[in-house]
Design a protein around this ligand. Structure first.
Ligand SMILES: [Zn+2]
Length: 127
């Protein structure tokens, strides 16, 4: 059932979508009648790094701004920061890290070259 994610990702490349969160995938899947959990989707997307996807971790300030990026969700955060958007001083927390993804240029190029198989109407097949 996670195969639906591959399909969603391919469509997103065709629509030139960039930088997306696992929540986006969950909502697209939900529109297609699949209920996926955040953990499932995040783990699956992480398994596509680095071949198909790049991953970004962004630390959020107490006011919900995406303040700065870190390389790993295990990075030590022990310095006070001043948010570049709202100027609030705060202690960054790993509980407030947003995960986002983007497609690698290689994957984008591959999908764009791939031929889209036209959908055939089912009633035409039954003739
Ligand atoms: Zn802020």
């Amino acid at each position: 059932m996670l195969f639906i994610i591959d399909e969603i990702l391919e469509n997103m490349v065709r629509e030139d979508k960039r930088y997306f969160s696992p929540h986006y995938i969950i909502s697209v899947a939900a529109n297609q009648g699949e209920n996926l959990s955040l953990k499932q989707v995040t783990e699956y997307l992480l398994s596509l790094v680095p071949a198909k996807l790049r991953v970004y971790y962004e630390v959020e300030c107490p006011n919900g701004d995406s303040d700065f990026a870190i390389d790993s969700p295990h990075q030590k955060l022990d310095e006070f920061k001043i948010c570049h958007i709202c100027n609030t001083e705060y202690m960054p927390s790993l509980d407030r890290v947003w995960v986002s993804f983007d497609f690698t240029p290689e994957y984008r190029a591959y999908i764009k070259k791939k031929r889209v198989v036209p959908k055939v109407r089912r009633d035409l097949l039954l003739i």
